[in-house]
Design a protein around this ligand. Structure first.
Ligand code: PGA
Length: 260
């Protein structure tokens, strides 16, 4: 796992965006895995800027989102459909028919999840999956004790996640209890993983993900099993890392390192 520590949240977003842009520039028809939440906003802002000012072209890109709340219509301001449209899709040139987001309103979740998994395969698999991390160590809505080989499925949210996300709703009771989410196994099949995290309230989860044991209790720790996972964090989120000097040293020495 590569760990890149930025001075600020905005800088974290900028360096993560460089990695996304590199994938698109190398493979214009790249398949990107998208994440919601407050963390990736700086990353999306920078990608939108690159599209507007530097001509970063998304016209052949396909996207798959990680998850969606069950029961919220796509027009609900807290639905992930709405979030993605407002914060990213409406500002770039991804064709609407290339955008896949799990449905939170299907009448048959099992069939939908199987179809979603098949669509990912039919599109050639995900080249780069963007991820956030929950304060309980989850990736997507793979809550503690999720199987590390889980696939896209319906999931009951942990109380901690409901508490964390209550800030976006009028009252805690309004937070959906169920979500549809890609599984850890689905995520691990992406060719590259990019996880962003910021803020002190993520420091413990970030340390457990990078330096703790691989465990279903912290589903983000499954990134340790992936051959190409990069973690972009800000200073605050790096506060509990034991090996921080090593990560900084690697970044410092990198320009002179042998090319592979
Ligand atoms: P956040 O959510 O970016 O809003 O903190 C992260 C997550 O739960 O994955």
């Amino acid at each position: 796992m590569e760990v890149i520590i930025a001075e600020t949240y905005e800088q974290m977003g900028k360096s993560a965006a460089q990695m996304v842009a590199q994938v698109i520039n190398t493979k214009p028809n790249a398949v990107l895995g998208m994440a919601t939440g407050s963390t990736p906003l700086a990353l999306y802002r920078e990608l939108v800027r690159m599209h507007r000012e530097e001509g970063l072209d998304f016209s052949q890109v396909t996207t798959f989102n990680l998850d969606e709340y069950v029961g919220l219509p796509v027009t609900h301001p807290q639905s992930y459909h709405y979030f993605m449209h407002e914060n990213f899709f409406k500002h770039v040139n991804i064709p609407a028919q290339h955008i896949y987001i799990p449905s939170g309103t299907t009448s048959n979740y099992e069939a939908f999840c199987a179809w979603f998994e098949q669509r990912i395969l039919d599109c050639g698999g995900i080249d780069l999956q963007i991820l956030g991390i929950g304060s309980d160590g989850h990736i997507a809505f793979n809550e503690p004790t999720s199987s590390l080989s889980s696939r896209t499925r319906l999931k009951t949210l942990a109380k901690q996640t409901i508490d964390d996300n209550a800030r976006f709703f009028d009252k805690r009771e309004d937070v959906p209890i169920y979500a549809i989410t890609m599984g850890v196994g689905t995520i691990l099949e992406a060719r590259k993983l990019l996880l962003v995290a910021n803020g002190k309230n993520k420091a413990a989860a970030v340390a457990a993900m990078i330096e703790g044991p691989v465990t279903g209790m912290i589903t983000a720790s499954a990134l340790q099993l992936h051959p190409s996972a990069t973690v972009f964090i800000d200073k605050d989120a790096s506060g509990e890392l034991k090996m921080i000097d090593y990560y900084n040293w690697i970044q410092q020495m990198k320009p002179g390192a042998p090319k592979h």
